[in-house]
Design a protein around this ligand. Structure first.
Ligand SMILES: Nc1nc2c(ncn2[C@@H]2O[C@H](COP(=O)(O)OP(=O)(O)OP(=O)(O)O)[C@@H](O)[C@H]2O)c(=O)[nH]1
Ligand SMILES: [Mg+2]
Length: 454
């Protein structure tokens, strides 16, 4: 990527809309854009962060559209460079003519993520913040949105900063003694270092664990509806969605394919999967459906195991239960609007949540149970940092490994060079999250996953 170029891209989604925005960034973009802008009230120099009304003309002087023009002088802009935005009418033809005008005038089409990349390279945001912008755009629930916002706000960067500061302090104490090989580290320095690094290990470990929760918000939860035929899986799917999505009949074996739909449950973005009722069948289509249902169990974050609450449990229910033993699951007793025919066996009755898809009874409780089964107590704290990226988790894990190795080496009084190396590696690992030590390859991989115009 050449950072000297003036880049241009459509900042708004494709398609028709009231307004579309074309954005330019780079040294000289104001002069370039101004050549094609005829302001309604003439001016020499646009004032930064001020909207001007006028028209946009192409290189032959032909009218393209009535537009608004805004100039944001660097570094007070998204990329920290000079930025111009043209707000035109949101038609595909108009937008492509505006783009063509600027490209003919010398701007280059921006690569995916190039605006964010420039913001990062120019020090406006660190890497974790750039990634937060992508998360923010893709957020599917309020909570995912607020997590991305706090990462963009620098909450993760700050938490990392306090760790790197501790590690840097330890490193400078050790480096101060490297030049005096015949002397040992003073005991009080050792205990300060041990305390500080020990605390860092605890903090980083809790960050590493927080990914278990953070992942659910960033990637979404996969929630599987399971149970023998006719227990009411498809009815529950429809009730949770609030729409008539899946076919419901009183015939056993109605659902065959996996049916997937997205929804939000207590702030968690969820992919709900309805499945074929589990039973032995001679019908090849139904058998395939049952196989697909079983194969989904291990990759689901949570299984809702449904039993018909209006009937006694039978062998098919118990074999369905058996399938869930090694996963995270909740037992749901359906059809609570009908009278229970028989008391449920001990061990099941106390774990079971009674619902009726027909009346809606118990659905709020079920949503709460789903949330509690997935989100641990400690990660419900609004102020704790949640890692939402696997890349960040891997880096934090590596840092923990280095620091644990360091503490062992400190106990064994290994050479100071050894100790210093472990600390430097831990710092490198953490720098990978904020982008300080991230290699070009990884950077271009991260930014290429952004959409064009971001
Ligand atoms: N009274 C009552 N009937 C229900 C309730 N939920 C489902 N049913 C009925 O139970 C029958 C089966 O419902 P489905 O939702 O199709 O059951 P399923 O588990 O998806 O069945 P398969 O797709 O065949 O595995 C239908 O006749 C529904 O109307 C409920 O809460 N109350
Ligand atoms: Mg069904």
């Amino acid at each position: 990527m050449d950072l000297q170029d003036i880049i241009v891209a459509i900042a708004t989604p494709p398609g028709e809309g009231g307004v579309a925005i074309v954005r330019l960034s780079g040294q000289g973009c104001v002069v370039l854009a101004q050549k094609h802008f005829r302001a309604s009230r003439s001016f020499d120099q646009p004032v930064t962060h001020t909207l001007y009304h006028g028209s946009l003309v192409n290189i032959d002087g032909g009218l393209v559209d009535e537009v608004m023009f805004v100039y944001m002088a660097g570094p007070r802009s998204f990329t920290a460079e000079d930025v111009v935005e043209i707000h035109c009418h949101g038609g595909q033809q108009i937008v492509s003519m505006v783009m063509r005008t600027f490209i003919q005038a010398g701007a280059r089409l921006a690569l995916p993520g190039e605006f964010s990349y420039r913001a990062f390279v120019n020090g406006r945001i660190d890497l974790s913040q750039a990634e937060a912008i992508a998360d923010l755009i893709h957020a599917r629930s309020e909570k995912s949105h607020s997590l991305a916002l706090s990462q963009l706000d620098g909450q993760l960067s700050q938490a990392l900063y306090s760790n790197t500061k501790t590690i840097r302090n330890a490193l400078s104490l050790i480096e101060a003694w490297i030049d005096f090989p015949e002397e040992e580290l003073p005991e009080e320095d050792i205990s300060t270092i041990r305390q500080g690094i020990g605390d860092s290990v605890d903090l980083l470990r809790s960050m590493v664990n927080s990914y278990n929760t953070g992942r659910l918000y960033s990637e979404g939860v996969s929630l599987l509806l399971l149970g023998k035929p006719n227990v009411g899986k498809s009815s529950l799917m429809n009730a949770l969605l609030g729409e008539n999505r899946a076919i419901v009949t009183e015939i056993e074996g109605t659902t065959r394919d996996l049916l997937e739909e997205g929804l939000v449950v207590n702030g968690l973005p969820v992919r709900l999967v309805d499945t074929a009722g589990l039973r032995e069948s001679s019908d090849p289509i139904e058998r395939e459906g049952v196989l697909r249902a079983r194969n989904r169990i291990s990759s689901s974050d949570l299984v809702l195991l449904l039993v018909d609450g209006s009937r006694p449990l039978d062998d098919e229910d118990f074999s369905a239960l058996e399938l869930c033993r090694s996963t995270n699951y909740i037992i749901v007793g359906t059809k609570s609007d009908l009278a229970a025919k028989q008391a449920l066996p001990l061990g099941i009755s106390e774990k079971l949540i009674r619902i009726s898809s027909k009346t809606g009874a118990g659905l709020d409780l079920l949503r709460q149970e789903i949330y509690e089964a997935l989100i641990s107590d400690e990660s419900r704290d609004e102020n704790s940092v949640l890692l939402t990226s696997q890349r960040h988790q891997a880096a934090a894990m590596l840092a923990v490994d280095c620091l644990v190795r360091f503490l062992d080496a400190l106990d064994q009084a290994l050479s100071l060079e050894f100790l210093a190396t472990d600390l430097r590696e831990a710092l490198d690992a953490l720098g990978d999250i904020t982008g300080e030590t991230t290699t070009e390859d990884v950077l271009s991989d991260i930014f290429s996953r952004f959409c064009i115009g971001k």
